[in-house]
Design a protein around this ligand. Sequence first.
Ligand code: FMN
Length: 200
Amino acid sequence: APAKTVLRVAAISGSLRRASANTGLIRAAAEICKESIPGMQVDHVDISELPLLNTDLEVGGGFPPAVEAFRDKVRAADCFLFASPEYNYSISGPLKNALDWGSRPPNCFADRAAAILSASGGSGGSRSQYHIRQVGVFLDIHFINKPEIFTKAHLPPKKFDDDGNLIDPETKEQLTKMLLSLQAFALRLQGKSPNSEQGN
Ligand code: FMN
């Protein structure tokens, strides 16, 4: 039988910390897809090597190598997963920097589905999530609305181990629902159904 459509999810963490809970959420998402969602593959796109945005670095219509590599990965994705902490009531600087590099013409994010989740402090990251949605308007990213996941990373019960690995079954269950919702929406946007054969 022909291979089923496998959606490639480019996952971006807004935290560069080694033991980041948000990067841990992305590892958990990748694991969930490997184990139980054969139609999806999550690839963590590292943004730590991106220079701070400076359009002087665009020479002769090109981008610095790290930016070019990032933009290639974004362009190749079927949809996006953003996992980001909230910093001072808004988007993390590293994530905004990555969004800005990807937006430089031609905008690499355009017309794809996306989901956002956050591991953060007291708010669980809600304010930053709505700011990401606002930026996504101009970038023409189509976000799923539900489920929303606002993880309060530092409140009991302990949800992450000391390396940032997700150990909370309830969050894993929510994340699974989010991935399935993202899959359905991304396929709808592409005019496919979860059971449709590849071939276009
Ligand atoms: N958490 C919030 O919920 N709201 C905030 O406004 C907020 N501001 C922060 C600002 C800075 C500069 C830093 C370093 C942390 C802030 N936090 C805030 C807490 C982080 O979101 C929290 O520590 C989160 O777990 C970090 O994510 P990570 O584990 O992926 O690095």
